[in-house]
Design a binder for this molecule. Structure first.
Ligand SMILES: NC(=O)c1ccc[n+]([C@@H]2O[C@H](COP(=O)([O-])OP(=O)(O)OC[C@H]3O[C@@H](n4cnc5c(N)ncnc54)[C@H](OP(=O)(O)O)[C@@H]3O)[C@@H](O)[C@H]2O)c1
Length: 262
């Protein structure tokens, strides 16, 4: 029987490459993205995959998506969280959240919690959260929405740290939670920037970034054979052990839960 693999951000970069890989194996792939352009790209490159359009920075749209996916796919084998956008300037969502926090933190928690039921019905379920785990980053407890002095790097690093804390607090014996940092992969990293920085990032990415095709095999290995531990953190295929304060993880998970209860 084929597996069901749900990939947020499955229309570009690493997510698209994973969609292509699993569709070629005959698995049922559901790729989520916010733009019709991404949908067209997926349909052209991976016609066997199902495209679902959803703005994952919206709590309301994410809840609707979780409901639809749970109804359409009572068993989900793998959930890959790869939707991300780098915001050089502070952007707020229609629901009033800082965009990076909404997409990188609130959405990932809602997807993981919302699809817990279908995941727990799979024989060897796994969540793979593609993020900047292990690069440091801190939770700005006094200003989670970075209202005072937004910096894109701080927002991104906070999201990476948030992923580690939410992974640590996930708490499922059946569903293995894998935090995976692909480090520097040549995807569309230059796209959010204006010239001349855009050209510099594009050149650096071409010179130093890992090709997407090389970044994918260690990720599929973890999806196909999830680690035994409930939570594990990986950096470019190698296991790492970032320090996690259990109290901070629980406190953060509760805070995010309260914020998501819009
Ligand atoms: N590339 C790297 O070097 C690197 C390094 C460390 C961590 N990572 C992590 O790896 C993951 C994949 O990175 P990537 O570079 O492959 O990404 P990417 O090529 O930039 O693709 C991002 C994906 O997210 C989707 N997306 C963005 N905003 C969305 C929204 N509001 N709602 C729904 N979908 C949305 C995009 O589709 P639409 O544009 O259609 O919305 C696209 O499919 C990310 O989580 C990233 O944090 C990457």
């Amino acid at each position: 029987m084929s597996r069901t693999i749900v990939i947020t951000g499955g229309t570009s970069g690493i997510g698209l490459a994973l969609a292509r890989h699993y569709a070629a194996l005959g698995e049922q792939v559901v790729a989520v993205g916010s733009s019709e352009e991404g949908g067209r790209r997926l349909r052209a490159e991976v016609p066997r995959a199902r495209f679902v359009r959803c703005d994952l920075s919206s709590l309301r749209e994410t809840r609707d998506l979780v409901e639809r996916l749970s109804a359409d796919h009572p068993v989900i084998d793998a959930l890959v969280l790869a939707a991300f956008r780098y915001n050089p300037r502070r952007v707020t969502t229609a629901e009033g959240f800082e965009h990076t926090f909404a997409l990188y933190v609130l959405n990932r928690r809602l997807m993981a919690e919302g699809l817990r039921g279908p995941l727990e019905k799979a024989p060897s379920p796994v969540i793979v959260n593609l993020c900047g785990a292990g690069r440091g980053g801190r939770i700005n407890w006094d200003d989670l929405q970075l209202e005072n002095g937004y910096r894109a790097v701080a927002a991104t690093m906070q999201g990476a740290r948030a992923s580690v804390l939410l992974g640590a607090a996930y708490g499922s014996e059946r569903v293995k939670y894998v935090l995976y940092n692909p480090v520097f992969v040549a995807t569309g990293l230059h796209e959010p920037f204006r010239q001349p920085l855009r050209g510099v990032v594009r050149a650096a990415s071409a010179l130093f970034g890992q090709p997407v095709a090389r970044a994918v095999p260690p990720i599929t290995a973890l999806i196909d054979r999830p680690p035994a531990e409930p939570v594990s953190v990986w950096r470019k295929g190698k296991r790492i052990e970032p320090a996690v304060d259990r109290d901070e993880a629980q406190r953060f998970a509760s805070t995010v839960l309260a914020m998501s209860a819009l």
